[in-house]
Design a protein around this ligand. Structure first.
Ligand SMILES: Cc1cc2nc3c(=O)[nH]c(=O)nc-3n(C[C@H](O)[C@H](O)[C@H](O)COP(=O)(O)OP(=O)(O)OC[C@H]3O[C@@H](n4cnc5c(N)ncnc54)[C@H](O)[C@@H]3O)c2cc1C
Length: 536
């Protein structure tokens, strides 16, 4: 098996690369994906999102390291998408880009060519926004972005309440300024999920120069000296080696990419040698710099019963939705339940939002795995720290490629306690909105944190009790030029040849928002960099 490019991982970034690199018939591309085809009813149906949390077929279902005072000693659940589309096939489909300053920060950290002005054309190129093209939006890219009908009245109540307490409405979180409260646009087309696979991979699948292998679990990258020459992978119980004439591209995501690098001998020498792995090249930053959005919630029981409830009666009430969906791809199954949200500042002195809110028409906690909670009528609003300063790690447990890596978010470890301060202030902002008169017809009782949690210490303790993540790990193979950088601004791995990492793991800092669209834009830009270099 010999080809020009091998792409490891068919996630948000991998699908973009497979399409763009194989556009030119001169390039032969092989894509290796551990999961399956993912062309199923569950993946395509937007509201089936929470079901993925339970299913090994679509989800790596990692658990982070236990931290005693977080989630009462149970490990934080870390879902990651598996199969064609990767996490874009299991995500909540919110279309968000972050803030211009996020990318300017990258450029300021030595990532030349990655400022907002540099990446904006790639957001536009990737996007087909139903609203049409503008200074900020594209209307003819592969990724379909749509406005959704508002089907849960509580979403509108949330917007009214936020306005009542002084926050302004925005009709575009991805326009000139992110700040405000509003409705999310989603990567949904004709009532079906528009994953990166649907947007980029399916249209390219017929190309003779693109070969896609599913159920192909990558074991390691093969090196000759310091040059990456191929990939060893397991498919149907057998090990195979594929050779790459030009480059190996690692797009296995922020957990998978550092894991594969380390298994291949690229990483901190001491760590690798402690596991008996021969160090091909010492790169101390592999698996360091893990950043994620720490997420706290307020759960409120409701008088009105117009939200989603996973009780037997609530599920029965959803039956007509099945008919709507099968007959016309409309209704609640054609939507993400996350209809409304906000990007706000916890203090007027700030120059840009530092928290994001996700409003849900149900009692939602622990990634939807708390079924008893969801069986009651209520609503929840989640708040996350947009630019966390705490940094964690992804490390190997063993040298066995089938063993999950160790994920340690190290939340709230930042030296000055800023993350703690933002989450507590965020909960206060959220409480203010949920206490507005607009919610009077809904509110029964704040179940969590509960009215007894009033001081900063009490709120922080409660936040940790039910702490969650927004599923946005980044940074573990960061781009840059400092000692902990893993790739350079062309996304080539420092110190070795013919190897790039292209996925969310290269983001040096977490962007202020959801990470699918940024990963896709990043991969679009990376494809241009690669194609430019290959033509010179
Ligand atoms: C539950 C959930 C909800 C989310 N909701 C949103 C949202 O609403 N909006 C948003 O913008 N973002 C959301 N995100 C985040 C977003 O989807 C991700 O940031 C983005 O998809 C990451 O893209 P990636 O290419 O870096 O990795 P991924 O898309 O995760 O792709 C990595 C791929 O590599 C494969 N892989 C890994 N290891 C191996 C191996 N050893 N061998 C072969 N293949 C391998 C994986 O199976 C996977 O297909 C969500 C994520 C999750 C998990």
């Amino acid at each position: 098996m010999t080809t020009d490019y091998i792409i490891i991982g068919a996630g948000s970034a991998g699908c973009v690369l497979a399409n763009r690199l194989s556009e030119n018939s001169k390039h032969n591309v092989l894509m290796l994906e551990a999961g399956g085809e993912n062309d199923s009813f569950l993946v395509n149906t937007p509201a089936a999102f929470a079901a993925f949390m339970f299913l090994d077929t679509y989800n790596w279902k990692y658990n982070a390291e236990k931290v005693t005072d977080i989630r009462s000693d149970t490990p934080l659940f870390v879902p990651r998408g598996k199969g064609l589309g990767g996490s874009s096939s299991t995500n909540a489909m919110l279309y968000i880009r972050g803030q211009a300053e996020d990318y300017d920060t990258w450029a300021g950290l030595g990532c030349d060519g990655w400022s907002y002005n540099d990446i904006l054309p790639y957001f536009k190129r990737s996007e087909s926004n139903e609203r049409g093209s503008s200074e900020f939006h594209g209307d003819s890219g592969p990724l379909h972005v749509s406005d959704r009908p508002v089907l849960y009245p509580i979403s509108e109540t949330f917007i009214t309440a936020a306005k009542e307490v002084g926050y302004h409405y925005t009709d575009d979180f991805n326009g000139a300024a992110q700040e405000g409260v509003g409705y999310y646009q989603c990567t949904i087309k004709d009532g079906q999920r528009c994953s990166a696979a649907r947007a980029y991979l399916y249209p390219a699948m017929g190309r003779k120069n693109l070969q896609i292998k599913t159920k192909a679990l990558v074991k390691r990258i093969v090196f000759e000296g310091s040059k990456a020459t191929g990939v060893e992978f397991e498919q149907h119980g057998k090990l195979h080696i594929a050779k790459a004439n030009k480059e190996v591209i690692l797009s296995a995501g922020a957990i998978g990419s550092p894991q594969i690098l380390m298994l291949s001998g690229i990483g901190d020498k001491t760590h690798l040698e402690s596991l008996g792995i021969n160090c091909v090249h010492h790169l101390a930053g592999v698996g360091e710099n893990l950043q994620e959005h720490a997420d706290a919630c307020i759960l409120v029981t409701s008088k009105k019963k117009d939200g989603f409830c996973a009780s037997p009666l609530g599920l029965l009430k959803m039956a007509p939705e099945l008919f709507n969906y099968f007959s016309s791809k409309t209704g609640k199954l054609a939507n993400s339940m996350l209809e409304a949200g906000a990007f706000l500042k916890t203090s007027p002195d700030l120059d840009r939002p530092d928290i994001q809110l996700h409003m849900l028409p149900l009692l939602y906690d622990d990634s939807g795995r708390d079924l008893r909670l969801m069986g009651q009528h209520g609503y929840s609003c989640h708040v996350c720290v947009l630019r966390p300063e705490s940094k964690g790690t992804v490390k190997l447990q063993t040298s066995d490629y089938k063993t999950a890596p160790l994920i340690d978010f190290n939340f709230f470890s930042d030296e000055h306690g800023k993350d703690r301060q933002v989450i507590v202030a965020g909960l206060r902002v959220l409480r203010k909105i949920l206490a507005a008169a607009a919610f009077d017809d809904y509110r029964v009782e704040e179940m969590h944190p509960g009215i007894n949690a009033m001081s900063d210490d009490e709120l922080f303790a409660k936040a940790k009790e039910r702490l969650g993540i927004v599923y946005h790990p980044v940074g573990t193979c960061k781009m840059g030029t400092d000692d902990l950088a893993v790739v350079n601004p062309q996304l080539q791995v420092h110190g070795v040849k013919n190897l790039r990492v292209i996925d969310a793991s290269v983001m040096p800092t977490l962007i202020s928002g959801n990470t699918n669209a940024p990963t896709i834009a990043l991969a679009e830009k990376a494809a241009d960099i690669m194609l430019d270099q290959s033509s010179n």
